[in-house]
Design a protein around this ligand. Structure first.
Ligand code: EPU
Length: 350
């Protein structure tokens, strides 16, 4: 067992925050996971699971055992005329996995190309882009249940996938994901409903071209974390009741919106932030990206406090103008490696 102490997590979180953890272990198998958990228990340390670090907000110092998930591997599970089910290690890089599925003529995930992070994180917030969510193709998730202390498999249908949500978010301490099974299609059924995509693939309607177009669109809009450290969309798109949407639309007829089930409407956080004057605006070393106002960028050695100052100011201004609360998408941790709830504005504070 290789437990390291006083490790810098800056290279392992895409917002590039300076973070020192008291204990750290890279875990490459289920056995190593058990060893790591036993070490944490003996030493009375909390456990914080680190995946691709592309959806995390971390404090300067963490006193916990950071388990860096690095379980690799692909395994064929079943196959029929229409589909093939593959089990993928939680530590595989998501984008590489998507490229691999396309090269194997397996379809479904092409719209999700270039999303940063690892396969093990994909079910947690049910990653989604360009009209597809990972949950649509997840057959099951293999987990270690920290309460019953056993490995087990949870069917996709029991993960309760919804917009950027699943059971893994309801109780983040219960499960550690070790692999994910995807049921992928053998015949392409391209999903082209999202705005720019239909035109982009008009000439060449293959899955490979769809994947390439998604990569191009993302590259044009979203900053590369290596150049501009970020966590993708910083806020969720708010989902509001239809009546609230109608009130907003009366004042702001151009508000981009997407009807949802149950008489609800999803509205574009990027537009709200843009219209509040935050596109390309900075507060200190943290700001909202010039080409996509929904992406918060660490421009120079920011710490968590700098990030919080900026995002709270954005929340404040959007609330003041539209009366809409923005909820951050990345997960916020405290000094003990535990998940904290985000600050959300629910009434005018002055
Ligand atoms: N908009 C603006 N100004 C901006 C940004 C956006 O006016 O600065 C407008 C756009 O013109 C558009 C609308 O807002 O009318 C929506 O913008 P966009 O199509 O760029 O998508 P998004 O709602 O900003 C969501 C996901 C992305 C995903 C894209 C494509 C969330 C929180 N974000 O972004 O996911 O890639 O749709 O499906 O749901 C992520 O979660 O990290 C992420 C990148």
């Amino acid at each position: 067992m290789n437990i390291q102490t006083q490790i810098q997590l800056k290279p392992f979180n895409t917002l590039s925050l300076d973070v020192i953890t008291s204990h750290y272990m890279k875990v490459q198998s289920q056995n190593e996971l058990i060893e790591a958990l036993a070490f944490a228990e003996e030493n009375q340390l909390n456990v914080m699971v680190l995946s691709g670090g592309s959806n995390m907000l971390l404090p300067k110092e963490i006193n916990a055992l950071v388990i860096h998930m690095d379980i690799q591997g692909f395994e064929d599970i079943t196959e029929d005329a229409e589909s093939k089910t593959i089990r993928v290690g939680a530590g595989q890089v998501w984008h590489d996995f998507v490229l691999w599925t396309t090269s194997q003529n397996l379809y479904g995930l092409q719209n999700l190309a270039l999303i940063p992070g690892l396969v093990g994180a994909s079910p947690v917030q049910n990653i989604g882009a360009y009209g597809v969510e990972a949950g649509e193709f997840i057959n099951s998730v293999q987990v270690y249940d920290r309460y019953s202390k056993e490995f087990r498999s949870i069917l996709g249908a029991d993960c309760h996938f919804s917009y950027r949500h699943s059971i893994f978010k309801d109780d983040p301490n219960k499960y550690i994901i070790v692999s994910v099974e995807f049921k992928l299609l053998k015949q392409p059924q391209l999903k082209l409903n999202y705005g720019d995509l239909k035109n982009a693939v008009a000439e060449d309607q293959t899955a490979l071209n769809l994947q390439n177009q998604v990569i191009q669109i993302r590259k044009a809009k979203l900053p590369d974390p290596k150049e501009f450290p970020n966590v993708g969309s910083f806020f969720k798109n708010p989902v509001v009741d239809y009546s609230i949407y109608l009130q907003l639309a009366e004042k702001f007829p151009n508000l981009p919106h997407y009807p949802q089930p149950n008489n609800q409407v999803k509205i574009a956080a990027g537009w709200l932030i843009d219209q509040s004057g935050w596109k390309g605006k900075k507060l200190g070393v943290v700001g909202m990206f010039q080409k996509q106002a929904l992406v918060l960028v660490n421009y120079a050695n920011a710490n968590l406090e700098d990030v919080q100052n900026t995002y709270k100011a954005v929340q404040h201004d959007v609330y003041a103008k539209f009366g809409v609360s923005l909820e951050p998408e990345p997960v916020l941790y405290n000094e003990l490696g535990l998940i904290r709830t985000h600050h959300v504005i629910t009434e005018h504070t002055g």
